[in-house]
Design a binder for this molecule. Sequence first.
Ligand code: GDP
Length: 197
Amino acid sequence: VFRNKLEFFASAKISTSFPAPVLPEIAFAGRSNVGKSSLMNALTRQWGVVRTSDKPGHTQTINFFRLASKMCMVDLPGYGFAYAKEEVKDSWEELVKEYVSTRDGLQRVCLLIDTKWGMKTRDHELVELMERSKTPYQVVLTKTDIVFPIDVARRAMQIQQDLKTMKSKIDPVMMVSSKTGAGIGSLRTVLSKLARF
Ligand code: GDP
């Protein structure tokens, strides 16, 4: 499925402008700078289609990309800017929460966590919400190339442990580096199974 051309087709600032949920959707969520655009580009091997739009001052929108008529990849706005204005922060967090908890056709949320920093409050909040709304999600550790392999493994174990205390029955944490390509193939395999054939 990831060999298909990736095409931007919709963006939404409010839930009423979400496109009709006609394709299976995979969404990508995480703190700003976690490596979300890099990962979406690496999965599809199509650079430049998904741009980093999470920089402060930019409008926060949910962006929808399709892979032919097989799957839709959804770029959720990054959260956790310490210096964003409160009201801006609230509005995009509400949007992400609404999307994640109510979207029809949503097959999986990839929750990206920076290997170096681990899970923060906002990540936990999102996990709690997804648990409550029974949204299937997958934790993906990003930028594994910047720490020692032993620390990647430790981080993965720590998160797995953390999530267990929240009584979640989640899939094992996946580990990727968009820079070296490590783990990208495995994630592609997992996500491909969710596409329409
Ligand atoms: P986004 O804000 O979550 O979309 O993050 P980006 O994909 O724009 O990446 C944020 C920064 O992290 C950029 O400077 C990227 O070059 C860097 N980055 C992204 N993925 C990786 C990775 O796998 N390894 C390393 N070392 N850096 C990465």
